[in-house]
Design a protein around this ligand. Structure first.
Ligand code: C2O
Length: 502
């Protein structure tokens, strides 16, 4: 948008590997947060207003575009890209107001998945250091219990074992920060199949939903939950990052989303990975406050496809631009073959209790049908998914589970086995408030989780761990668990479990 210079979003771990505020990027961010916090709540550039655009529990004043965040939808990526871009401009102005030089400032990213995980998946230092170098309060720091504390009282409830105290340098376990599964997917949206998709299901405006794109499912949602921790009162007095209505008030939110936005670009680096071309995705508009125009403007996905050319920012790890002449011609994308979805196996509903952690189901498509569906012949349907639908978590239930398929009784659950499917993290569950009351759609029926299991099933078949007649899904409370401790009460309701082929 007319910018001649490109602002570069940098990795916080490369800016500040060892010392908080050794970089002006983080120091200026802290100054800007203080300036924005000092503004009146009805000022669209105030900290609280910016956070409320994402979500809030406060009553919405007339004309305010609050509670706009797009989740469980193919608008997840473009909406958050727009949101960060306007925020970035507001921060630059606030840096100037604080008397510092905002030139080139761009939202730094928390890269929790690439690098030594015992370092990068901890909270970057500038967010967990209570004071600035001059001894004043650090605006980027948020005290417990607004972040994941892992207190002994939580432990007594049996639910507090998911983190190690994020402000004390506690690490998010590696399986919750990985984008590997999402990056194996070549399709942005769903439908058409296969499901899951990288970017989320095709929907209209969707502030909250139940079906997630794979990158939103992992690592986006678990990083929220491990940073926020428990928020059982759901009133923004605890665990801000765990709740979409409080999350953007934590300054680390923006660094998390800078990374999510970067991962969208990195996914597109792979030939064949493409954004949707449907007009319903490209031209749906969203409204934001633009500090340059001192007013509200609308924007569409079509306006944010190229961060450098259209928005004037890039990422530290963007590949060098390839000149158009050298870029391999992109062949016209053939229409995807008509793919149908077949349910191979199903189970449920199930109410997990302290004594039940597994659900057994029946494989309904008998072999050799299943064999054919698993065969990897060209053009044959062969994408297998495990789908848990209408999953509801009780208020005090754990926030994170690990999902296993066909885990034998005598096997300790471990994510480095052929039984591990993936994590299930509840970001935004129980997210009911006034805004939804006028909604005439049926009762919000919990969350859905889909996992690609094609390789896992092939490995289980190869090792004799797969049965053509029945399957079993086991949920284990996630996070850090001390060896030998019994799993805490599950208290989760699952509407149905299916294995599908596409
Ligand atoms: Cu709209 Cu990470 O959330």
């Amino acid at each position: 948008m007319g910018n001649n210079t490109v602002a570069v979003r940098q990795s916080i771990w490369s800016l500040e590997p060892a010392t908080a505020f050794s970089s002006s990027v983080m120091l200026n961010y802290a100054k800007a947060v203080a300036v924005m916090r000092g503004r009146k709540p009805d000022d669209p550039t105030s900290w609280s207003y910016q956070a409320a655009i994402h979500g809030t529990r406060a009553p919405v004043p007339p004309g305010a575009d609050w509670n706009q965040c797009q989740h469980a939808t193919w608008f997840f990526f473009p909406w958050h890209r727009m949101y960060l871009w306007f925020f970035e401009k507001i921060v630059r102005e606030a840096i100037q107001e604080a008397g510092a030089d905002p030139t080139g400032w761009a939202v730094p990213y928390w890269n929790y998945s690439d690098g030594p995980l015992n370092v990068v998946s901890t909270l970057p230092l500038a967010f967990r250091t209570p004071t600035l170098p001059d001894g004043s309060v650090n605006p980027l720091y948020l005290p417990y219990p607004n972040r994941n504390e892992n207190t002994s009282s939580d432990k007594k409830q049996g639910v507090g074992l998911i983190g190690a105290g994020i402000n004390d340098g506690g690490q998010i376990p590696p399986r919750y920060v990985s984008h590997a599964q999402a990056f194996t997917l070549g399709n942005f949206g769903y439908p058409p199949p296969p499901d899951p998709s990288f970017g989320g299901p095709q929907t209209g405006f969707q502030h909250e939903g139940s079906d997630f794109g794979q990158l939103e499912l992992l690592p986006h949602n678990p990083v929220h939950v491990f940073t926020g921790g428990y928020n059982e009162l759901a009133d923004c007095t605890k665990g801000w990052m765990t709740d979409p209505d409080c999350a953007a008030a934590d300054p680390v939110f923006w660094a998390h989303h800078s990374n999510i936005d970067r991962l969208w670009k990195r996914w597109l680096d792979t030939p064949g990975h493409l954004n949707p071309t449907d007009q319903s995705w490209l031209s749906r508009s969203f409204r934001f406050y633009d500090p340059d125009r001192k007013g509200f403007v609308t924007m569409t996905a079509n306006d944010v496809l190229d961060t450098v050319a259209q928005l004037g920012y890039g990422y530290e790890d963007d590949p060098a631009p390839v000149s158009l002449a050298l870029r391999p011609a992109v062949a016209a994308v053939p229409a995807p073959p008509a793919v149908t979805r077949t349910t191979l196996a199903s189970a449920g509903p199930l109410h997990l209790s302290p004594t039940t952690v597994s659900i057994t189901g029946t494989v309904t498509t008998p072999p050799p049908g299943a064999q054919a569906l698993l065969a990897a012949g060209p053009g044959e349907p062969r994408h297998l998914s495990l789908n848990l639908k209408n999953v509801e978590r009780e208020q005090d239930a754990p926030l994170v589970f690990d999902v296993y398929l066909n885990l034998p009784d005598d096997q300790p659950p471990h994510d480095k086995t052929i039984y591990y499917v993936g994590p299930m993290a509840f970001f935004g569950n129980g997210h009911h408030h006034g805004m939804d009351m006028g909604d005439t759609t049926e009762h919000h029926a919990g969350m859905s989780f889909s996992y690609g299991i094609t390789n896992l099933v092939q490995e289980q078949r190869a090792q004799g761990a797969w049965s053509d007649t029945s399957f079993r899904v086991t949920l284990i409370v996630g996070g850090h668990r001390e060896e030998g401790t019994p799993p805490p009460p599950a208290m989760v309701h699952i509407g149905s479990v299916t294995i599908t082929a596409e």
